[in-house]
Design a binder for this molecule. Structure first.
Ligand SMILES: Cc1ncc(COP(=O)(O)O)c(C=O)c1O
Length: 430
C-alpha cells in the first residue's frame, strides 16, 4: 500500500487508510473472505471496517470529506470505475421519469451500454475536429439541437484530449429548457481546484474518475449529486450497481487521491514545454493530457517510444496522448520531454490524419442475423456491434454503420480494440 500512497501528511487525514493501517498491525486470523487469508490491507466488511452499502464509520467519514472537497450535496465512493457511476447517473435519470438524453457521438461505450440496458433513447451530437485532428466541443447551438429533442444533457469533460466543456453555457442552456445536466468526468477528478473546469458548480450529477488523473488505484471513482432532486434515486442506483465486495485498498486510495493537492509546478513545466513545441504539442485547458501530433507516423512513433520505455495512454493514428497526473514526478516528465524532442526529429510531421468519426447510419428497425468476418473482409458490410480503439473506448464504427477501409486500417494498427472478437468484426448477414 505504502508504495502507492507516499504522502504521510495526506494519509494522516484519510479515515479508511488509518483504519487499515491499525488493522494491519493487529493479531488477526482470518476465517472470512478474501480467500488469500492475508488480512493486512485487503479485508472485507468486519466489525471494525464499516460497510460501503450502509456506512456508519470510516467509510462514512471518508465520503463526507469527499463530498465536501468536491462541493457536492453527496458523493458516493465507487470501486467499479466511472462505468459504474455512469450507469448510476443514467439509472437515476430514468427513475425521475426522464427517458432520453443528448450525448456526444464520441461518448464512452459505458454511456451507450447504460442507455441501451436502461431503455434510454439517445440524441447524439457530433464533436468537431481542429486543424490537428483533435476533438473539440461544437458550438452550443449544435448541442441545443440535440437537447431540444431530449430530456437531459450528458457531456464528457475533460475529454481524452484535455478539452473541457463550457459548463456555464451548458448550464444556461439546460436551465432554459429546465433539463438536468450530467457530466462524465472520468478524466477530471484533479480539476476540483479550478471551479470553472469542474462540474460541481454546474451539473446535477457527475462522475469523477479519480483513478485516471489522480493517484488512486485502478477502478477508483466517485459519483456525486449537487442537489436533492436526484439524491434519493442516486442512492438507490449505487445500491443496485455497486459491488457488494468493494476493495478496501481501492476505497482508501480514492479518499487519498481526492485529498491530493494540485501540482502547479508540474503544470507550469508542461505548459512551457508545449509553448516551445507549438507545431507538435497540443495542450488544452487540462494540462494532464499532453497530445503529441505525429500524423501519419503516429503508430511508428508510438512503437519507437515504447522501445525506449515510454508508454503513452493511447495513439489514435494521428496523436499520441501522454497522461500525466499531479503525482507525475518532475524528473519523469523531463525524460518524456527529452525523448519526445528526439522523436519529433526522427518522425517529422508530414501529414495530419483526421481520425474518422463514427457516422449514424440510421436506426435498424429489426435485429437481423449476424456473422463474424475477418477485418479485411468487413469493408462495405454493415457493422452489427459497435467497435473502436481501446482506449479511448469510444465508437469508431457504430452498430448500423457501413464499414470503411480507413477505419479497418486503424483497427488493425491499434494496440487494443473493443467490440471485435479475435480481431473479427460482427456484421449483419446479407
Ligand atoms: C470518457 C470516459 N468515460 C467513462 C470511462 C469509464 O471509466 P472506467 O474505465 O473507470 O470505468 C472512460 C474510460 O476510459 C472514459 O474515457
Amino acid at each position: 500500500m505504502n508504495k502507492y500512497f507516499r504522502d504521510k501528511k495526506i494519509l494522516q487525514s484519510c479515515h479508511i487508510y488509518r483504519m487499515l493501517s491499525r488493522s494491519a498491525k493487529e493479531k488477526h486470523i482470518s476465517f472470512h473472505t478474501p480467500g488469500h487469508k492475508n488480512p493486512k490491507w485487503d479485508i472485507t466488511e468486519l466489525s471494525f471496517s464499516d460497510n460501503l452499502s450502509n456506512p456508519k464509520g470510516c467509510i462514512k467519514e471518508a465520503e463526507q470529506d469527499i463530498s465536501s472537497l468536491l462541493n457536492a450535496k453527496q458523493s458516493f465512493l465507487l470501486t467499479d470505475g466511472s462505468t459504474c457511476g455512469i450507469f448510476c447517473m443514467l439509472y437515476s435519470l430514468k427513475q425521475e421519469g426522464i427517458n432520453s438524453v443528448a450525448i456526444p457521438l464520441s461518448s464512452h461505450k459505458s454511456v451507450y451500454n447504460a442507455c441501451s440496458v436502461l431503455g434510454i433513447s439517445i440524441f447524439p451530437f457530433e464533436m468537431e475536429k481542429n486543424e490537428t485532428g483533435i476533438e473539440e466541443f461544437p458550438c452550443v447551438s449544435v448541442i441545443k439541437t440535440a437537447l431540444d429533442k431530449a430530456g437531459a444533457l450528458l457531456v464528457v469533460s475533460p475529454n481524452y484530449y484535455g478539452k473541457t466543456a463550457n459548463f456555464a453555457a451548458l448550464r444556461k442552456l439546460c436551465d432554459e429548457q429546465n433539463k438536468p445536466l450530467l457530466v462524465d468526468g472520468a478524466h477530471g477528478g484533479h480539476l476540483r481546484f479550478e471551479k470553472q473546469l469542474h462540474p460541481s458548480s454546474y451539473a446535477d450529477m457527475w462522475v469523477d474518475g479519480v483513478h485516471k488523473s489522480l493517484p488512486a488505484l485502478t477502478q477508483g471513482a466517485v459519483v456525486s449529486t449537487a442537489n436533492d432532486n436526484f439524491l434519493k434515486s442516486l442512492k438507490k442506483a449505487v445500491d443496485i450497481f455497486r459491488t457488494t465486495s468493494p476493495s478496501y485498498p481501492i476505497m482508501a486510495s480514492v479518499e487519498y487521491a481526492v485529498k491530493f493537492p494540485n501540482n502547479e509546478k508540474l503544470e507550469k513545466l508542461v505548459r512551457e514545454f508545449a509553448k516551445q513545441n507549438p507545431a507538435r504539442i497540443q495542450l488544452h485547458e487540462d494540462y494532464t493530457k499532453l497530445c503529441a501530433v505525429f500524423g501519419s507516423a503516429a503508430f511508428k512513433a508510438e512503437k519507437y517510444l515504447e522501445e525506449h520505455g515510454v508508454f503513452a495512454e493511447f495513439c489514435d493514428g494521428n496523436v499520441i496522448m501522454f497522461y500525466l497526473s499531479p503525482a507525475t514526478a518532475t524528473s519523469q516528465f523531463k525524460r518524456l520531454a527529452k525523448r519526445l524532442q528526439k522523436a519529433f526529429q526522427i518522425f517529422p510531421l508530414e501529414r495530419v490524419v483526421l481520425v474518422p468519426a463514427p457516422t449514424l447510419f440510421g436506426v435498424l428497425q429489426e435485429e437481423t442475423k449476424t456473422e463474424l468476418v475477418e477485418l479485411d473482409k468487413s469493408e462495405g458490410r454493415v457493422c452489427a456491434n459497435t467497435c473502436g480503439l481501446f482506449p479511448p473506448c469510444t465508437p469508431l464504427i457504430l452498430k448500423g454503420e457501413r464499414v470503411e477501409r480507413e477505419k479497418i486500417e486503424l483497427l488493425k494498427n491499434a494496440n487494443n480494440t473493443f467490440g471485435l472478437q479475435e480481431n473479427k468484426m460482427t456484421v449483419f448477414k446479407v
